[in-house]
Design a protein around this ligand. Sequence first.
Ligand SMILES: Nc1nc2c(ncn2[C@@H]2O[C@H](COP(=O)(O)OP(=O)(O)OP(=O)(O)O)[C@@H](O)[C@H]2O)c(=O)[nH]1
Ligand SMILES: [Mg+2]
Length: 353
Amino acid sequence: MKKFSVFSGFLGSGKTTLMMALTQYHTARYGKAAMISNDLGEGVTLADHKLAQLGGCNTSQITDECICFCRDVLTERLAARFAEGCELVVSDIPGFGVGAQEHVYHGLAEAYPGACELAPFTVLVEPRNLALLRGGQAGDMGFILDAQLREADLIVLSKCELLDAREREEALSWLAGRYPWAERLPVSAKSGEGLDALCRALREGQASMRRPEIDYDADDLQNAMGSLSEYYLQYRALVCCDDFDGDAYLTELAEAIRRAVREAGGEVPHCKLLAWGSEGDYGKADLLGTDRPIELAHRFTRPCTDLGVLLNASAVCPDETLNRLVGEAVAAVSERYRLELTVFKKDHFGLGE
Ligand SMILES: Nc1nc2c(ncn2[C@@H]2O[C@H](COP(=O)(O)OP(=O)(O)OP(=O)(O)O)[C@@H](O)[C@H]2O)c(=O)[nH]1
Ligand SMILES: [Mg+2]
């Protein structure tokens, strides 16, 4: 078996966390599996890839370009994973991406027939964004959420442990009414619920190869994409004291970015802050919107003296403003913690430019 599935879904919907949980579960119960993290930063290590490495997953990354437009790289990567015995490989696409059903699934089937068996095209939606979509309150993001869901063969209602039984039933039946062609699964990467059903759906199911109509020129899509900026930063931080609290540092930095972008009238659908010390100890904080509390997705287990840090942000904010605001927040918070910084890599750009 050499199954491949693309995981789509909005920024912060839980793709990376789920791919990590799924590949580990699949490897333990069914056979070797691997994941690919895909994002647009040039020449950078993606926070998602580093997180998956720290989490002990079989992982690799494709940077600089969406997998929609570098099928040769993707095909080589898949061939390498299948050659080492993987039965299932999953890759995400950037969280504002639409069109992978056409570009990746049909592209692979036409240009590289036999490279893999295409498993159901999987799209995650988290309870909060589903509620906004259902209530017609998702704004420009609503077009992307809806286009992603229209592409799905399999809709994963992610973070499902956050919903009670009635809320879950309502969410699933709304999805069934609106996207009746797609199978629906409630899954929680956090509790492990639904992981086995997802493994089986990917192993046993086939891609539909539907060609959903997506209007790439629609004003809503252009507005949503054009207002987004991407920011990638990698640095090393030398710690001067032995009681440095890495979790507090990441949380305070995420708070500072949230405050600064909100004051500038912007929004941050997802900013990931990942830091790791020696011996693989690490912390991860997520800012998932200026109106939501910071999520501390993983905590350090002990104080550390030397940190690697990756910060990846997707924000509704002009590129140069985001660059300035994040730079100022990193400098100010790091100074408060008396850290000495060495920046290795930085890349930032607006998607509308
Ligand atoms: N409660 C809960 N939180 C989750 C679950 N899965 C992921 N999260 C959290 O949701 C946040 C975003 O998760 P990611 O996996 O980074 O989301 P993503 O879709 O990869 O985001 P992008 O890479 O920006 O597109 C993190 O803080 C996770 O810890 C879950 O099953 N339950
Ligand atoms: Mg991710």
